[in-house]
Ligand binder design. Structure first.
Ligand SMILES: [Zn+2]
Length: 106
């Protein structure tokens, strides 16, 4: 088994564990990063892959958008996977993280 293959297998395992966790209900990128011992940036990369791959099986990656805890603004339009830095309405930085889950559709 070459290095590439080994890396691919390890990545597959991380993605499978992430999918298994998401299938049980809402999780934040922070929680997934702690669970799988990878950086939050990597979590977002895997989430994008998961979103595409589950679509083939009728699955959907559902996203609860980030919310400003100060004024309640919902970050719908922004890149919806990553956590925004501050609120465009009140400039508050107390932003609730977006949450992710897997659902079966169809
Ligand atoms: Zn706000």
């Amino acid at each position: 088994m070459g290095r590439g293959r080994a890396l691919e297998a390890a990545t597959g395992t991380i993605r499978q564990r992430m999918m298994a966790r998401l299938a049980t209900g809402w999780a934040s990128a922070k929680e997934l990063s702690a669970l799988l011992h990878i950086g939050e940036k990597e979590v977002y990369g895997h989430l994008r892959h998961i979103e595409k791959s589950v679509a083939r099986f009728g699955g959907v990656l559902v996203v609860k958008p980030a919310i400003c805890r100060d004024c309640g603004f919902v970050f719908k339009k922004r890149d919806r996977l990553t956590k925004p830095g501050s609120c465009p309405i009140c400039q508050g930085t107390f932003v609730e993280e977006p949450l992710f889950a897997l659902e079966q559709r169809g």
